[in-house]
Design a protein around this ligand. Sequence first.
Ligand code: ZN
Ligand code: ZN
Length: 465
Amino acid sequence: MLLRLRSLGLKIIVVAILMAAAWLTRPAAPAMIAAETLKESESLKWYRGNLHTHSNWSDGDDYLEMIALWYRERGYHFLCFTDHNILANQDRWVEIEKSKGGRKAFDKLKARFPEDWVEERVKVDKTSNRSTQEVRLKRFDEVCAKLAIQDQFLLIQGEEISDKFGKLPLHLNAHNLRETLPPLGGVSVTDVIQNNVDVVMALRERTGRPMLIHLNHPNFQWGVTAEDLMPVRGENFFEVYNGHPSVWNGGDDFHASTERMWDIVNAKRLAELDLPLLYGLATDDSHSYHNIPSDGSEPGRGWVMVLASELTPASLIGALESGRFYASSGVLLENVERTASSLAVSVRPDSGETYSIEFIGTRQDFDPTSEPTMDSLGHERTGNRRYSDSIGATLKTVVGPKAVYDFRGDELYVRARITSSRRHPNSAIAGETERAWTQPIRPWVESSFPKPLLLGRQRRTPCPC
Ligand SMILES: [Zn+2]
Ligand SMILES: [Zn+2]
């Protein structure tokens, strides 16, 4: 009898231990996860901005002030200038005829700013006796003081850190800088990216100034593969859409599209590398401002909509780091809602257009194996490896301006892509339709949109220079 009681007692203990173990390892209880909606309210507003812009401080064909006006007059709320390896923070004179944009750009500048804004001089070369007409390029702080408007239009100083590995171009945009950051190089593509990311993160840490860095156009000259990008620490943003005509957003037979790379990176980061989600941006990478529309690299093609409490770099960067934004090449969203059990998207529809909303994700039991891409002769090619369709699978498609995806419970992450029936009015690649991309979320893991990294408060001024 005593033995039987002991045996029963042991069984009860074992069952209790098993139940406790099951309780501890279960997914977070759905009831604990609050619904959260990215939607305008009294305290939050959608801000539209472009994070990739060139001027004649490097290889763009217009003046900073003309470019700022272009964006301001088209309803953008913020714009970051990102010239190649330079900040507009020094006095600089250029020959009008030889500057990118030449006489045409100069005449437009003078017509738009007829007072004494434009500074010119004639320079005489003593040996040739040749005289040239020069103009002083306005510095960022001058343009900011002239054109930024408190709470309406913010200008941010940035740089396209234009690095390389061998012949591969590796470009990263650093935002809200005060000093120029030289490209640092490295011993591999990953190392080059990591070195440049590290310096921005260290600078931010040291100064308390909010800064952001993102990887640009990975497929430009096939510079960056998913495998290169996935292990980089602190690089949590990349351009899923870049409006330049030479950046191969869509990939080719041997290279993954940027969207495919996005899914590969996130599947591997979450399942194997213990790294945070990579977020996707849309940008213009604008250089050409005088023949719009054409097939040049023109403004207005890709932007981000950021849900933030105020129009300051700190607030915008905090919102971006929380995933409180979406990328767009034309489609606008009313809201994005995540609950304990679903992700829902509502489009702000244009009359007459139809929308396809695809929920894309990778499940926990995805096939992680890959194989190299081969050329027609069977030789292994460098470039992205091929992965199974279980990465970045289309989980549900809805035709209409609203859609809800109910989590099954085994998704590593889920995101949504919204495609309009409307042709993009000035796409870099002919025939593109307008799209939007929500940021990936992790059901069952995060209780809400993630918190931003700690950011210092910044003075509320239209010129954060
Ligand atoms: Zn670039
Ligand atoms: Zn660029």
